[in-house]
Design a protein around this ligand. Sequence first.
Ligand SMILES: C[S@@+](CC[C@H](N)C(=O)[O-])C[C@H]1O[C@@H](n2cnc3c(N)ncnc32)[C@H](O)[C@@H]1O
Length: 397
Amino acid sequence: MRKKGNKSSFLSLFCGCGGFDLGFIQAGFKSVGAFDIDPVAVETHRLNLDCGAVVQDLRSEWDFLSALGGTDVVIAGTPCQGFSTAGKRRFDDPRNHLLIIAGEIALRIKPKIFIAENVRGVISGQHKQYWERLDALFRSNGYKTRDLLLNSEQIGLAQTRKRMVKVAWATLKEWKPIDFMKTGRDLKDALDNIENAPNHEIRLLHPKSELAVIAKKIKPGQKLSNVRGGPRSVHTWDIPEVYGEITNSERRVLEIVLRLRRRLRLRPIGDADPVLALDITKEMGRSSRREIASLLRKGYIRRMEHRYDLTNAFNGKFRRLRWDKPSPTVDTRFTNPRYFLHPDEIRGFTIREAARIQGFPDSFLFTGKEKDQCCLIGNAVPPPLGKWLAESVKRLL
Ligand SMILES: C[S@@+](CC[C@H](N)C(=O)[O-])C[C@H]1O[C@@H](n2cnc3c(N)ncnc32)[C@H](O)[C@@H]1O
């Protein structure tokens, strides 16, 4: 264990590349350890932060605990994939149990404060049982707890990322978080003066590639989506160079299917459902048999028993960001142009752009494969959010 000076100490479980940890260090805390199962994350952590991060499977290897008594704060950013509404969201995803494991590890150390961070989906549906179990675990051990729903914009970031945080504390004091620092910024501020920053290798899409043809059709604030109408959606049939030519009456059928699959949905949940040919015909005011047969051949729609649906629903693909707005959540695919496009260039974002939006300083370096780097950044707690939390809990110590 590291020797502690006068500074308050913190231990990081599921530390990833160290976004949360960097915030604590910036707020004047001293690290006594950082653990993660992923060697790539630990390598990046060690490259940037003097915490001696260690590769460790926290499901089973708890030997390190004996050296850590007296630690002031334990922070835990456990995996969110099983809770995220962007994924399959399986209740029994084994990663969900890591939230409880984080609490059990912390309670062996008995810190004054414990902080868990996760996606908003952790408090919705039956998944909230994990969050409630974590709460009960701390309360039954004499801690007080408080949940916060935080939006990164409130911390002054150019990002609309929303996250749940649980703070558990075992001091006699009452606690409330400090005021939010600033109002949010826009993308232009976040990416200002980035040209010579490290990890900023711009890769324009090949002008003749399919991706570039699609990207050119999508304006700032728009995305490729067959799920919704309106000015913010570009449909696959608006890009015949890639998805194939259609006639005006075929376009009408596609637009009818787009509308009806939501309006006449069969299930109370889910995005939309396939529609009957009869309903399409009613909307057309005449038989739509010819168009349906042609669209089936061209691959725009598919048959599902007696119903028809769009072959590609595409929601939230090729989302082109705007300079004058904050970015949506930086996730693990943020540098993939199939998901996010630069506001005015035919390309996706660079690693440095993703890191800037997450609030990492340019001195924080990422090595290894670009895909891994993007995962580390997308999974991280934005360092300014970590700093704000660290400053908020300091008064309890
Ligand atoms: C959401 S990320 C943490 C991000 C980190 N808090 C930050 O701010 O950069 C979750 C981390 O849990 C790690 N993890 C998953 N299973 C683990 C296990 N069994 N033991 C230790 N770490 C694990 C992953 O490798 C990943 O880095």
